[in-house]
Design a binder for this molecule. Structure first.
Ligand code: 5HU
Ligand code: ZN
Length: 179
């Protein structure tokens, strides 16, 4: 193409090969996706989000804690009372949903970013599904037997788990107002 008649556009790169300042780091992005996904949760007490990423750094799935199909409007989010009437026996954990929602054949070799340390049942899914690493934000139930047994299983399966610390700014503002 003849470039002589083309209008000169300002070059924001300034010829630099360096990353744009403020460019989102990969792991910050994945945890931010998990946090954003958690916002879909209807649980009034704890909203959990998960984001599964493959070895090519591509997101293969997301999930949040939600009631199973058919129960969305019928099952209670209560934490206390008759066990059969609390959320605990019914809620599908974010990790379970993320694994079920995957757009890939499997999750072998993937990393899961989760906003809360996975419980023992989620650890089983992570291990048996072939996920190779867990990155978590909160460990607020670290003294609970469910978390302790989860860590025991992850250790036996040699799946590393690490707490997330942002590489860039800890707050990411997303504006979805069209104007
Ligand atoms: O691994 C997990 N994944 C997950 O999605 N959850 C969800 C289930 C519940 O909806 C919520 C925990 O509720 P609560 O903090 O009120 O006990 O978090 C909880 C855990 C572990 O506690
Ligand atoms: Zn769980």
């Amino acid at each position: 193409m003849d470039k002589r008649n083309q209008k000169q556009q300002p070059d924001p790169s300034n010829g630099s090969k360096r990353k744009r300042e403020g460019c989102l780091d990969c792991s910050d992005y994945f945890m931010a996706v998990a946090v954003l996904t958690s916002k879909m949760s209807e649980d009034p007490n704890t909203q959990v989000g998960a984001c599964i990423v493959n070895q090519d750094n591509k997101v293969v799935s997301t999930g949040h804690n939600q009631m199973p199909k058919g129960g969305e409007d019928k099952l209670s989010w209560a934490r206390t009372g008759d066990k059969l009437d609390t959320k605990y026996l019914y809620v599908c954990h974010a990790e379970l949903n993320a694994i079920m929602n995957k757009n890939s054949a499997d999750v072998k070799g993937c990393t899961i970013y989760v906003t809360l340390f996975p419980c023992n049942e989620c650890a089983k899914l992570i291990i048996q599904g072939g996920i190779k690493k867990v990155v978590y934000l909160s460990d607020k139930y670290k003294d609970d037997v469910l978390t302790i047994s989860s860590k025991k299983m992850l250790d036996l399966a040699e799946i590393p788990y690490e707490q997330f610390y942002p590489k860039g700014a800890p707050e990411i503002v997303i504006n979805i107002n069209p104007n």
